[in-house]
Design a protein around this ligand. Structure first.
Ligand SMILES: Cc1cc2nc3c(=O)[nH]c(=O)nc-3n(C[C@H](O)[C@H](O)[C@H](O)COP(=O)(O)OP(=O)(O)OC[C@H]3O[C@@H](n4cnc5c(N)ncnc54)[C@H](O)[C@@H]3O)c2cc1C
Length: 450
């Protein structure tokens, strides 16, 4: 007997979850409020964000049998290319040689996952906006395009409907449901660097470009059509450079010429794009429990984080893979147990990555331009080279491994304390290569043992 399973949301996480559940032989329907954009506007890039896919995401895709379908649409980025205010650039490798994060268009990836879900037999119901979920009777109320309403029962309901989840809203009406959200002071706007007139990339395509300017920054990721999608992160207000103070094309031009002059010359449509494209807010949400009765939150619905570690989607993909392992272990007739194990095991990890994502804004927008930070990165890279198992930099633990986020967070804190002391040594910028690297490692090992 096959129990009907509903996934709310056909975004990145809902689509991949659909594939995983179908591979387990379950009867799955995904409900999505949007039209099927693969049909209605196949060439539209929708939200033109491109995503950085890293180890955890790849691993979850591979387990679902989708790695090869995704790989041709990605571009490896081996490091950050920093652009200073004079237009000079230099590269900071992300990890060891060949370690990269991969740029991919959100819409392309979502399309591949949805096609795979559909092909495997998942039913897709577009233009089904969830208005309410009765979490005790397992009933979902949808509104359909012509003001019709539909109520549907489902044995199991997954909320993969993003940061403003309708399932989470319903859960919030339960007693003892904890929820917190925080909008950060910054917002973002997407812009484009098109290909050059001879159809080539205007900058190095194998890097994530950053223009770090302290409290604000511009970043750019390559696209397979040889353009770059840029994201400008600025405070909304109360700073010399903020969205509130940019009112017309002249302001846009001044800001870009002053702070991002080399990028400015690569952006022929900048002023129009700036005025046309929306300014979006950035939110962090955390909640608990993730499960009530036979309903479970997953992906951004359970833990939406700010984008500065490039982990929101990777973390959501890892959620799907971990959930699948638990289904494999406990079977599909023990959903309560599966959901309980999932939320207990996973929550400390998503708390850790939400916090790290918040902290990483300072690293991206400020530290990467600081010469002492660069020396510190070199020392850490050397430690990793000398002791590949014992010293793995925090960024590598998060991005190039699947060590639990909470463990990486704890080890990262210890490394941080040790490195702060190392960086206080006199003439460190000149003498960093002659440090006693065994001694540094010993300090970390001792602190770990305490
Ligand atoms: C600027 C920016 C850059 C980012 N960069 C990266 C990156 O480089 N790497 C990375 O790993 N992560 C990144 N992220 C995070 C990533 O976008 C999210 O973690 C990821 O999209 C979460 O997927 P999701 O499926 O849980 O939610 P969503 O992608 O939000 O999908 C939710 C789906 O549910 C549907 N839905 C919503 N409400 C309803 C309803 N009531 N009824 C029916 N359907 C509904 C929506 O239409 C949507 O299709 C970035 C985020 C931002 C904002």
């Amino acid at each position: 007997m096959n129990q009907p399973i509903s996934i709310l949301g056909a975004g990145l996480i809902g689509s991949l979850l659909g594939v995983y559940l179908k591979n387990r032989g379950l009867d799955v329907t995904i409900f999505e409020k949007r039209k099927d954009w693969r049909v209605s506007s196949p060439h539209s890039h929708g939200r033109s964000i491109n995503m950085a896919l890293s180890y955890r995401g790849w691993k979850a895709l591979e387990k679902a049998g989708l790695k090869d379908a995704v790989a041709p649409y990605t571009i490896p980025m081996y490091g950050r290319r920093i652009h200073d205010e004079h237009g000079t650039t230099y590269c900071q490798p992300y990890g060891k040689e060949k370690e990269a994060i991969y740029s991919i268009s959100r819409n392309t990836l979502n399309g591949i996952l949805l096609d795979a879900a559909e092909k495997s037999g998942v039913k897709l119901a577009f233009e089904h906006k969830v208005e309410n979920v009765d979490v005790h009777q397992n009933k979902i109320t949808f509104s359909l395009p012509d003001q019709e309403q539909k109520i549907q029962e489902s044995a199991i309901i997954f909320g993969a409907d993003g940061a403003f989840s309708s399932l989470r809203n319903a859960m919030q009406r339960q007693s003892r449901f904890n929820f917190k959200q925080e909008y950060i002071s910054h917002g973002y706007k997407e812009l484009t660097i098109p290909p050059t007139s001879d159809g080539e990339f205007a900058m190095d395509p194998n890097a994530l470009h950053i223009w770090p300017r302290g409290k604000f920054m511009l970043i750019a990721l390559p696209n397979t059509d040889k353009s770059f999608t840029c994201t400008l992160f600025l405070p909304f207000e109360d700073y010399k450079v903020c969205f509130d103070k940019i009112r017309d094309k002249e302001d846009v031009k001044n800001i870009f010429k002053t702070y991002f002059n080399d990028a400015y010359h690569l952006m022929p449509n900048l002023d129009q794009e700036f005025l046309d494209n929306p300014t979006s807010a950035l939110i962090n949400t955390e909640c608990y429990p993730w499960t009530v009765n036979h309903c479970l939150l997953i992906g951004d619905a359970a833990h939406a984080m700010v984008p500065f570690y490039g982990q929101g989607m990777n973390c959501g993909f890892e959620d799907c893979s971990i959930l699948d392992n638990l289904i494999g272990k406990y079977g599909t007739f023990s959903w309560d147990l599966v959901f309980e194990k999932f939320q207990k095991g996973r929550k400390p990890d998503t708390d850790a990555i939400c916090q790290l994502a918040m902290n990483n804004f300072v690293e991206m927008s400020e530290n990467v331009a600081d010469p002492r930070f660069l020396v510190r990165k070199k020392i850490e890279a050397k430690l990793h080279e000398l002791f590949p198992q014992e010293w793995v930099p925090l960024y590598s633990m998060i991005t190039f491994s699947d060590i639990k986020y909470s463990e990486a967070y704890a080890i990262g804190k210890i490394q941080d304390q040790v490195m702060e002391k190392v960086m206080k040594e006199p003439f460190i910028t000149q003498n960093w290569e002659n440090l006693d690297y065994h001694e540094i490692l010993n300090k970390v090992e001792t602190a770990k043992a305490v």
